[in-house]
Design a binder for this molecule. Structure first.
Ligand SMILES: Cc1cc2nc3c(=O)[nH]c(=O)nc-3n(C[C@H](O)[C@H](O)[C@H](O)COP(=O)(O)OP(=O)(O)OC[C@H]3O[C@@H](n4cnc5c(N)ncnc54)[C@H](O)[C@@H]3O)c2cc1C
Length: 438
């Protein structure tokens, strides 16, 4: 079948090839992503996905997959390529504690469906992020201490491979999909384990910048003894007038009575400017930070993993943040602990299982800045590098972060390459940086 013949199998209304409609269909979360594809195929069925893959290959077009569109570097779109757009495949159904999730469902779609059954999923921190994109790269979130990463909750997947075959992932492919990124095919449907949590205790404490060192250090000590039910994020942020401050955002997913005492301890880290903690559904918790990073603004992001928040790491974080210059910049620090660390490193592709803090370095660029050239996240990464663990979070590594990518999968690299060679020998899927063999 030729590329044109493959495309003729798709309803023409689902194929967008130019004009403002293509601009709109190619837009992703990061407004700094301006590269444009040749066409976007708004797939509605697994058969559409097969035809789109065949068409791209027959026509020699670069291929990309768009789920929630939140990859900061815009890898859901390749210049001059064909985009397999899954945003019309967002169905989620729940049976016996398992969600069956279509390839383009957002984390919010899954949380809404789970909530109707008094259940929750291990998602990230923002509802508009694609559930499958999040899961394939790992998926840090407020329940990782209790239920592991999003990737640890992936039970099965239907995948369209580069040669157009539709397969149920065999154990080795499923192993690769749990943390190996979007490098192996298009996941059209996946089963995800849900958990019986209908209420969590969550909120935030803000502290003045002058107390940054004391708060970060005390926070690290407090989390040294955090039970699985307590997973927290700490952020270095600027208010709209440019003043820096510290925000601590803990989530407690155990008994609420115990949680009130545990979360109360965060107030003692310094002199809180504000303190607000309340019981809410995991769905409301997921929506809490939805407005924090609006779609369409221009972002650049880098990542480093640090082993702890000992004084030298805290000093490096404060030094890195102080060097942000006039731009708006944020550091979000996710705690990886508990259940996430008790999964054996060889049981999934995710490359790090020791306790650590995943640091996101985010800069909000000016209207004409190139996200790959924005300097602060890279500088901040270099400041943290002497204190960092090898690698970084694959979902946030940039296309030019090859050195970090080389270490990101730890001892799983060779096995991951072997799966890649088996299911995608021609390198059709190129999303997340995957180290070269060797
Ligand atoms: C505002 C914001 C908040 C975030 N919060 C968190 C967080 O709390 N925790 C965390 O771990 N990460 C977080 N991330 C990072 C996020 O997990 C990754 O950017 C992820 O890749 C986004 O997936 P997506 O589907 O939304 O993005 P897309 O850009 O659509 O997809 C990214 C890549 O994932 C692959 N992909 C997506 N869907 C499929 C599919 N069905 N089949 C095959 N491949 C697919 C594709 O290769 C694609 O290139 C956040 C990102 C943003 C922008």
């Amino acid at each position: 079948m030729t590329g044109r013949a493959a495309l003729s199998r798709i309803d023409p209304d689902r194929i967008i090839t130019g004009g403002p409609e293509l601009d709109a269909a190619a837009a992703v979360w990061n407004g700094a992503v301006t590269h444009r594809p040749a066409l976007v195929v708004r797939c509605e069925t697994t058969e559409d996905v097969r035809s789109a893959i065949r068409a791209a290959r027959e026509c020699g077009l670069p291929l990309s997959v768009r789920g929630g569109g939140h990859d900061w570097a815009g890898r859901a779109v390749r210049p001059g390529g064909l985009v397999i757009d899954l945003t019309r495949m967002r169905q989620v159904s729940v049976h016996d504690g398992v969600a069956t999730v279509a390839g383009g469902a957002t984390s919010g779609d899954v949380a809404v469906a789970a909530d109707r059954h008094g259940l929750t999923a291990a998602t990230g921190t923002v509802s508009s992020v694609g559930m499958i994109g999040l899961t394939l790269g790992g998926g840090y979130g407020p329940l990782n201490g209790r239920f592991g990463l999003a990737a640890d909750n992936l039970l099965s997947a239907e995948v369209v491979l580069a040669d157009g075959r539709v397969v149920r992932a065999d154990p080795e492919l499923l192993w690769a999909l749990r943390g190996g990124g979007g490098n192996f095919g298009v996941v059209t449907s996946a089963e995800i384990a849900l958990h019986p949590v209908s209420e969590v205790l969550a909120g935030s404490f803000t502290f003045p910048w002058e107390q940054a060192g004391q708060v970060l250090h005390g926070y690290g000590e407090l989390l040294d003894r955090a039970p699985d039910a307590l997973t927290s994020m700490i952020s270095l942020i600027c208010t709209p007038d440019g003043s820096p401050m510290i925000v601590v955002a803990p989530t407690w997913s155990g008994s609420l009575a115990e949680g009130r005492a545990a979360l109360g301890e965060f107030a003692g880290l310094g002199t809180p400017l504000t303190a607000a903690v309340s019981a809410k559904s995991p769905l409301d918790k997921l929506r809490e930070f939805d407005g924090a990073f609006p779609a369409g603004d221009r972002y650049a992001i880098r990542t480093r993993n640090v082993p702890d928040l000992k004084p030298d790491v805290v000093s490096a974080l404060i030094e890195a943040y102080a060097a942000r210059g006039a731009s708006a910049a944020f550091i979000n620090i996710h705690h990886f602990h508990g259940a996430s660390t008790r999964t054996a490193i060889e049981s999934s592709a995710f490359g790090i299982r020791r306790e650590h803090f995943m640091v996101e370095l985010i800069e909000l660029g000016s209207p004409d800045s190139d996200p790959l050239a924005v300097a602060w996240p890279q500088q901040a990464g270099a400041t943290l590098a002497p204190h960092a663990l090898p690698g970084g979070y694959p979902n946030l590594l940039g296309p030019d972060d090859q050195e970090q990518a080389a270490a990101a999968y730890g001892p799983n690299t060779a096995r991951l390459r072997a799966v890649k060679a088996r299911v995608d020998p021609d390198g059709v899927f190129t999303a997340t940086p995957l180290p070269a063999a060797g």
